[in-house]
Design a binder for this molecule. Structure first.
Ligand SMILES: [Zn+2]
Length: 185
C-alpha cells in the first residue's frame, strides 16, 4: 500500500474488517477515500484512513516527528511539531511527551530544545509522543546556566563555556547539523 495514491471514492478496505478513519467514508460495504491521498491501514486499531499529501499536518501513531520544545512541565513537555517523517509542516500542531517514567530530577528537556519523538497515540484530544528509543530524544540543546554550546558527556551534556553538566535523554543523532539549523543556532 505504501506510496499508492487513492482517488476520492476508491475502496481502501471493507467495513467488516476496518472502521473508517480520517478522510474516508463508508458506503455500507466498503471504506472509501474521501480525498486524494495515500491509504493508511492500521491493523492494530482496525482503522482505514487516507493521509492527505497536501495537508499532512497531523501525525499518526508511529510517525517520527522533529520539533522544538514549547513548554516544560513537571511530568511532561510540549513540542511544536516542525517535521513529520522528514516533511516540513507549518500548522504549528503540538504533541506532548510524558516524562513520568524517566529518572526523577533529571532535566529531560529545556524550552527551545530540538527533539525527535515518535507519535504513540491520539488520546483525549492530545497527540502523545514517546522518546524511549535510542534514536529518540534531544537533538539540540543549550547550557541551562549560560545558554551556550554543549557537548555530549556521559549520560548528558556539558557546557563548553562554563562546564555545567546536565542529564538529558539525547537522541543517538545528537549534534546533527540539521538539528542545529532547525534551532536557529
Ligand atoms: Zn554554560
Amino acid at each position: 500500500m505504501a506510496g499508492q495514491i487513492s482517488m476520492p471514492g476508491d475502496r481502501i478496505a471493507y467495513i467488516e474488517e476496518y472502521v473508517p478513519g480520517r478522510n474516508t467514508f463508508d458506503d455500507g460495504d466498503a471504506v472509501r477515500a474521501a480525498v486524494v491521498g495515500s491509504p493508511v491501514i492500521d491493523r492494530e486499531q482496525r482503522t482505514a484512513s487516507i493521509r492527505d499529501p497536501k495537508g499532512l499536518t497531523v501525525p499518526d501513531a508511529g510517525d517520527t516527528i522533529v520539533g522544538t520544545v514549547a513548554a516544560v512541565m513537571s511530568t511532561m513537555f510540549a513540542v511544536a511539531i516542525k517535521f513529520i517523517n522528514g516533511r516540513p509542516i507549518t500548522s504549528g500542531v503540538e504533541c506532548i511527551c510524558s516524562t513520568r517514567s524517566m529518572r526523577r530530577n533529571a532535566v529531560v528537556a529545556l524550552p527551545n530544545d530540538v527533539v525527535v519523538l515518535k507519535i504513540a497515540s491520539h488520546l483525549n484530544g492530545a497527540i502523545h509522543a514517546k522518546m524511549d528509543e535510542p534514536e529518540l530524544g534531544i537533538l539540540f540543546t543549550k547550557c541551562r546556566k549560560c545558554g551556550l554550546r554543549v557537548i555530549t558527556s556521559r549520560d548528558g551534556v556539558k557546557c563548553v563555556e562554563c562546564g555545567w553538566f546536565d542529564e538529558r535523554k539525547l537522541s543517538s543523532a545528537f549534534g546533527d547539523a540539521r538539528a542545529v539549523e532547525l534551532a536557529g543556532g
